[in-house]
Write a protein of this length. Sequence first.
Length: 252
Amino acid sequence: MSAGVSAPLLSLRGVRKTFGTGAEQRAVLDGIDLDVAEHRCVVLIGASGSGKSTLLRVVDLLEDVDDGQVLLDGQDVADPWVDADAVRARLALVFQQYNLFPHLRVLDNLTLAPRVAHGRPRAEAEAEARQMLERVGLAHKARAYPDQLSGGEQQRAAIARALVGRPELLLLDEVTSALDPALVGEVLDLLLSLRSEGTTMLVATHEMGFARDVADEVVFLHDGRIHERGTPQQVLDDPQRERTREFLRRLR
Ligand SMILES: Nc1ncnc2c1ncn2[C@@H]1O[C@H](COP(=O)(O)OP(=O)(O)O)[C@@H](O)[C@H]1O
Ligand SMILES: [Mg+2]
């Protein structure tokens, strides 16, 4: 890329993904075009089953695509010849379920991948892990086991673990939807602070207030297609299409 021209970090072009075979076959992603520029946040909204998780999983190479391109810095990562581990090292996906290892202390949850998968020395991995725990407000929980943490703290620890590899793109899939309502705020606050630090994010969420605060672009998915997109004000306050209005009405 020439200096000054900022190509999107992530571009999806005509991405199609089907599940099932024969008469059961269904396009879960049906021609998705989407860009996420560096330091930007794109928020995916849509009813359950609209394809949000599949889209995030395609980007993280957990699902292959049937057609189209998934470009990271212009390189098509959907190409079967691409080194998937090298691509995944640039991304981090955090799920609804925190997926911490219950038998490992919080600190060890954060250092496992760097030490085992990337051969980082323990002291170095722990120093970085402590830094990330500090950043999510959990420095004092480094020695605790996951079940000694609240749901909100576990999810913050999972986000800290995702940040350890210094991913260029953070993918977040409904990270607050398994939490007690009282614990949602602390996780959203953390994401807002990551956003203000310039973290590039692609986020699926049902939290419209959060979407409004965090999104540069809101993308409404319906039946595997982008049905409407725009700024939070455009999509959430003044939706142009009936399905978007209906979706937002149902949430209220
Ligand atoms: N591995 C799979 N096999 C078959 N169908 C799947 C699979 N994963 C997801 N689906 C289907 O794809 C559709 C979209 O799912 P998903 O991406 O999870 O939507 P969302 O995250 O928006 O709720 C749903 O109908 C779901 O049942
Ligand atoms: Mg989902």
